[in-house]
Write a protein that binds this ligand. Structure first.
Ligand code: GTP
Length: 405
């Protein structure tokens, strides 16, 4: 099928058969090599009340001591009155692939008598990271753009077995449009299997009721059945009931496993029969890490950027479809404002000069009228303003107290 050049639109793109090997089949390998060389970067945030096992879970997920053991941490830390934001960055490597991992912790969340506004410093932090990125994008030189945006937020739900607390709902409601929310039931080993199932149901009902958007793996039309099933399986486990541990135990069958020991046996972290840790790790690290980054960039950040620029009065003219540069727009607004001020100043100066002119004319007139008046009688001099000699001097007479040159 041949198309003529003039009407060459996108819909008329045709398939051509190659007559021999060209080499662009190697493109995926080029991308692969380049990304391995460059390394990867990921930023995750953990939020939840103190002692819910956040640091243990992060260490378990990445199988390393990202968080130093609690005994090694100096106890000089004073109790803060607000939620703090702390981050730890580590470079880790697996089979030659480097990952720069940043974990952002939020100590203090939910630990106060009044936790109504606990979500606020966290939202501010997420948005300020977007602001930093936006500012970098608008720079003339964008070669060294750093991505400090949060790609996933693991929210730890206290294993009460009842329902979500008001604080949980408020947090998710405020943040779901800004970050990929991944809710997890912390310390799931403290609940029975039935309790976990019922708790999950109630959590999901609350999430639906409040229209909270938690992270969902996107489905693409090119996905094969295996991927579709795998994603469905992962999503069916949300909120993930997780167990964290950095301790290993010997169990039946001569296996050595990571887990938590109870008098009746060991709860295995890496066993899908025991908890959802494996599914969480699969999603967060093995299958969806890039998706989480892409969704953050293409949807969450993009929406924030649009809201921010619209609030500044910047609009995109759909007929022109020209990208507006916010820095240039701000500069234009500043110049317009300065011009307006200068115009107002010029107008005020003109009015002032006109008034002075008018006053001077009136004074001159009064002066002339006075010089034309007949000389007063000597006896009147006592009641009139007089010069040093006691005689009326028209030049020194100043009826309005204004000095004229
Ligand atoms: P803060 O740093 O105070 O916010 O605590 P955290 O949320 O980081 O909790 P951390 O990982 O320090 O764990 C607190 C305690 O809970 C430790 O004694 C852990 O051994 C224990 N723990 C951690 N994960 C689990 C779990 O999955 N199940 C149970 N039963 N205990 C856990």
């Amino acid at each position: 099928q041949q198309t003529n050049g003039a009407s060459h639109t996108l819909s008329s793109v045709v398939r051509k058969k190659l007559q021999g090997y060209v080499g662009f089949a190697n493109l995926p390998n080029q991308v692969h090599r380049k990304s391995v060389k460059k390394g990867f970067q990921f930023t995750a945030m953990v939020v939840g009340e103190s002692g819910l096992g956040k640091s243990t879970l992060v260490n378990t997920l990445f199988n390393t001591q990202l968080y130093p053991p609690k005994e090694d941490v100096e106890l000089t830390h004073e109790t803060s009155q607000t939620v703090e934001i702390k981050s730890i960055t580590s470079d880790i490597e697996e089979n030659g692939v480097k990952l720069r991992l940043t974990v952002v912790d939020t100590p203090g969340f939910g630990d106060f008598v009044n936790n109504e506004e606990s979500w606020k410093p966290i939202l501010d932090n997420i948005e300020s990271r977007y602001d930093t990125y936006l500012e970098q994008e608008n720079r003339v030189n964008r070669r060294r753009t750093m991505d400090n945006r949060i790609h996933a937020c693991i929210y730890f739900i206290t294993p009460t077995g009842h329902a979500l607390k008001q604080m949980d709902i408020e947090f998710m409601r405020r943040l779901h449009t800004r970050v990929n929310l991944i809710p997890v039931i912390a310390k799931a080993d403290t609940l029975t299997e039935e309790e976990v199932a019922a708790f999950k149901e109630r959590i999901l009902a609350d999430i639906n009721y409040h229209n909270i958007q938690i992270y969902q793996a996107p489905a693409y039309e090119y996905d094969d059945q295996e991927t579709i099933d795998e994603n469905r399986e992962i999503m069916s486990k949300i909120p993930f009931a997780v167990v964290g541990s950095d301790k290993e135990f010997d169990v039946e069958g001569g296996r050595r496993v990571r887990g938590r020991q109870y008098p009746w046996g060991v709860i295995e972290v890496d066993n899908e029969e025991h908890c959802d840790f494996v599914k969480l790790r699969q999603m967060l690290i093995r299958t969806h890490m890039e998706e989480l980054k892409e969704y953050t960039n293409d949807v969450l950040y993009e929406n924030y950027r649009t809201e921010k620029l619209s609030a500044m009065g910047i609009q995109q003219d759909p007929s022109v479809f020209k990208e507006v540069n916010p820095v240039q727009k701000m500069e234009e607004e500043r110049t317009a404002h300065e011009q307006k001020l200068a115009k107002m100043e010029a107008e005020m100066r003109a009015v002032f000069q006109a008034k002075v002119q008018e006053k001077e004319t009136k004074l001159k007139q009064s002066e002339e009228e006075l010089t034309l008046l007949p000389s007063p009688l000597p006896s009147d001099t006592t009641t009139c303003a007089s010069g040093p000699t006691g005689q009326l001097s028209s030049s020194s007479f100043n009826p309005r107290g204004i000095h004229l040159n």
